[in-house]
Design a protein around this ligand. Sequence first.
Ligand SMILES: Nc1nc2c(c(=O)[nH]1)N[C@H]1C(S)=C(S)[C@@H](COP(=O)(O)OP(=O)(O)OC[C@H]3O[C@@H](n4cnc5c(N)ncnc54)[C@H](O)[C@@H]3O)O[C@H]1N2
Ligand code: MOO
Length: 404
Amino acid sequence: MPTFTEARKIILDNVATINMERVALLDAIGRTLAEDMAAPWDMPPWNNSAMDGFAVRAEDCQGPATLRVTGYIPAGAVATAAVEPGCAIKIMTGAPIPPGADAVVPVEETVEGTDSVKILEQVKKRQHIRFAGEDIKAGDKVLAAGTAITSSGINMLASLGAALVPVFRRLRVAIVSTGDELVELGGQIGQGQIINSNALSLAAAVKEIGGEPVIIGIARDNRESHLHLLSQGLQADVLLTSAGVSAGDRDLVREVLTELGVRQLFWKVDIKPGRPTAFAMKDNIPVFSLPGNPVSTMITFEELVKPALLKMMGRKRIISPTYKATLTEEIRKKPGRLHFLRVTLGKGKDGYLATSSGNQETGIVRTMIQADGLALLPADKSVFAAGEQIDVHILNHNFEMEEA
Ligand SMILES: Nc1nc2c(c(=O)[nH]1)N[C@H]1C(S)=C(S)[C@@H](COP(=O)(O)OP(=O)(O)OC[C@H]3O[C@@H](n4cnc5c(N)ncnc54)[C@H](O)[C@@H]3O)O[C@H]1N2
Ligand code: MOO
């Protein structure tokens, strides 16, 4: 049985990045850039004013000075006339610096007359001018392939005229739930039935990282239904299944996948929760069979599926960082398997503090919602003392936000 890191390596060694497409800039938000982006021109493209005020020659303003105002340049205008000695041109923020000027004096530091302006303070050469290329030079790499496009990236790409951007195609992730006890959300819930919540939490998790979930439906506990839905699921880029992978009489997922030509690479991982997880490949389509207990489904997605999806989406950074946190209480577990302990996190004097979020049974969803992170408790140890440092994967950083 592979350990957690061995399982993750087998997965990552087998999945490959999907191909790219060009999309309109705004549609690229959250997508992964497929090529390095270089600036076709300088940013800013020309010297321009950082202030509303007066373009002057600094040498004219070394003491209190009165200058003749010979023109006005709003943003969007072209500066043709030069600033002559003893003169100034009124200028707005973003407008091009006229020839002859080497400084801008903000309007607050002047007294305006009818055709003249009094400069109140000594002026330094280059003050309040934004110089061509001081942000980005033509040819500079502004964004690297493999990074997610953010709203600030969109601003830069728009300024550089990138109307269409190369991004990796949206990853289509099929989701098949299995089990006779399942009913779709909104359906009539009979005796012994539960809502198919795993399909929705998996779909949401796929969306959160920029993928496109395709909910195929519920495979019932018979071979035909499994064959029908799993073969549909294999039309996508990735297939995720939930439940039907442990030792139950009707745990058919792996058997039917094999029938469909899927090659199993492992079944069972030395972790808790999530031991019955299976991973397989059908040609270049990875198939993750996740255990059905909702918390096991969510944790195996987070720890084993997500890095693979990020790699397929073309991301460079795919593995969650591990942070150190100090346990606020003693934790005991059985030795043998790596445990992912649901913890709440807080900020202490010397870093993060971790506290169990409560009942760690895999049927308990409440403590998963309350968890800010997952502590990785190593296989070989069983007692973790209060005050001990442990490794955590942060699930969300909201615990660091201040309350209103
Ligand atoms: N004899 C053994 N029994 C079990 C073992 C084992 O090794 N030997 N492993 C246990 C562990 S650990 C887990 S995890 C579960 C995983 O079982 P399956 O993946 O086969 O899932 P099911 O048994 O079908 O369901 C488990 C649980 O989850 C609920 N479920 C299933 N699908 C959904 C869904 N789409 N949405 C919400 N909830 C769902 C289901 O009703 C069950 O309660 O097996 C243990 N047993
Ligand atoms: O290994 Mo199961 O996923 O503990 O509940």
